[in-house]
Design a protein around this ligand. Sequence first.
Ligand code: AMP
Length: 216
Amino acid sequence: MIVVLLGPPGGGKGTQAVGLAASLGVVHVSTGDLLRAHLAAHTPLGVAAEAYMSRGELVPDETVIDMVRARLAEPDAAPGAVLDGFPRTVAQAEALGRLLLETGRTPAHAILLDVPRADLIRRLTGRRVCRAAGHPYHVEFKPPRREGVCDVDQSELYQRADDTIATVTNRLEVYDRETAPLIGYYQALGRLTTIEAGGTPAEVTARLAGRVSDLR
Ligand code: AMP
């Protein structure tokens, strides 16, 4: 089973993806996390991606498609995956569709986390993640037990370079232009579930849990 989580940056995809993947018994695949791991390891891919990421622009389609193809071929992804941050363009969605067909998998089901625009900037600029594993926190909505320290692995929490106001604004524009068309794309395929995603992470998790049976 492949589930695509759609929604604007700051829409809570990362937070919800972790719980959703666990409840479905599949892996969580975040292309943003994969790219940041490349960046931290200074791989050629990471070096090439850095300039796009720091501006809040999209990394070229072929790069992320190859990365996702490789990740889905790993044994732990055999039962399925929750894809977080991919696809981000119609070309990526089409490539994913072809990949699933070629590998004999069921077409992806998309879940849209529909967040009021006013909530987004507040959510994004308050976001913090841990150095070791990217566990997500929020200064206001999901503070760690000890300030600046991850509850799970005790690593340092930091603000992503692309969660500053200027980059956030550009990321929202890129979302509207490149990624929002995917809503219509999956709707036309009859593969879209929309979740009203305003409110606290716990409220959204509860709404999502109520709809998970739709996916089976
Ligand atoms: P995220 O953690 O999903 O917000 O992604 C952070 C950044 O990584 C984005 O702003 C893009 O620069 C890049 N990125 C992540 N996923 C993709 C993708 N599917 N296509 C292109 N760029 C991506």
